[in-house]
Design a protein around this ligand. Structure first.
Ligand SMILES: Nc1ncnc2c1ncn2[C@@H]1O[C@H](COP(=O)(O)OP(=O)(O)O)[C@@H](O)[C@H]1O
Ligand SMILES: [Mg+2]
Length: 270
């Protein structure tokens, strides 16, 4: 059986980070450009921060993809929490040196300092809020050698905000903050995402009224919006399979179904 447009639309909102899915949005593209510019500044370490679901991992993935053909760049999507393991993985990946047993900071520092190259390898660390303060401090010391450059992402929550301030208030950090989308940006995000998957009819169903309601429910958070719309198109597929045409209007998204989806995804309490 041919899968319906609602089924395809639903899959558009699976919460995954693939570089092919990157969407150009004015503000996002401007921030991305400043990230690329900062990467070229020699001494700076870059801290990408923002609430969960604001697109940090997507940015890191995009950066990795755009730079990997022109320079040495390494991405670590999951933190390597064991210190010795962290140095060993970097020694292997960046310098091609394999270690058996422990590798401590002093030893690794020596490796880094002795390394001769015209090109500074760029290390992208996602989810850096999981690294210990002591490891973060060592990452800073590694950065100071100018032999390695780091871009790290950090979740911003109320509590971590303070930690971030105390910890990252040195001049060597360049901070780039990602925020939730505005209602207009959210509309473009939703429509571009659907159009990329050839779901033009679905894209047309999102008029300002529906998008404003979605924005109210998700605050413009990309991850919450994905969840909401995944559920929404799941409900549409269900009604479509039942041939229940009274429940679904093909011209615009029903506010009732948006609200139903918000309850399903836990964005609002029933
Ligand atoms: N620029 C973008 N283009 C396309 N999709 C995006 C973009 N930014 C965020 N997303 C979507 O939002 C979801 C959450 O983004 P993510 O990068 O995982 O956020 P974070 O790492 O800040 O928690 C992703 O799965 C992706 O589907
Ligand atoms: Mg992330």
């Amino acid at each position: 059986m041919k899968s319906s447009i609602y089924q395809s639309s639903k899959n558009v909102f699976l919460d995954t980070v693939n570089v092919e899915d990157y969407i150009q949005l004015d503000r996002v593209s401007t921030i991305y450009q400043s990230l690329k510019d900062s990467v070229r500044k020699p001494l700076k370490m870059i801290l990408l921060f923002g609430k969960p679901g604001t697109g940090k991992s997507m940015f890191l993935t995009k950066l990795y993809h755009d730079l990997s053909s022109i320079q040495k760049v390494y991405i670590y999507r999951t933190p390597i929490l064991d210190e010795s393991e962290f140095y060993k993985v970097l020694a292997q990946d960046l310098f091609g040196i394999k270690y058996k047993g422990e590798l401590n900071f002093t030893q690794f520092m020596r490796v880094v300092e002795e390394y001769e190259t015209e090109e500074t390898p760029l290390v992208l660390l996602d989810e850096a809020q999981l690294y210990s303060n002591s490891l973060m401090e060592k990452i800073r010391l590694l950065s100071d050698t100018r032999k390695v450059k780091f871009v790290i992402t950090l979740h911003k929550t109320e509590k971590e905000d303070l930690i971030a301030k105390a910890h990252f208030q040195t001049r060597i950090w360049e901070t780039i903050e990602l925020e939730n989308a505005s209602s207009m940006e959210l509309k473009i995000y939703i429509q571009k995402k659907l159009m990329k998957a050839n779901c033009f009819d679905s894209a047309n169903m999102f008029q300002n009224k529906s998008v404003n309601l979605i924005h109210k429910l998700t605050n413009g958070n990309y991850r919450d919006t994905n969840k909401l719309l995944y559920t929404l198109f799941d409900i549409y597929s269900y009604y479509d399979e039942q041939n229940n045409y009274t429940a679904i209007n093909r011209n615009h998204i029903s506010n009732k179904i948006i609200e139903m989806s918000a309850i399903h995804t836990g964005l609002v309490n029933a």
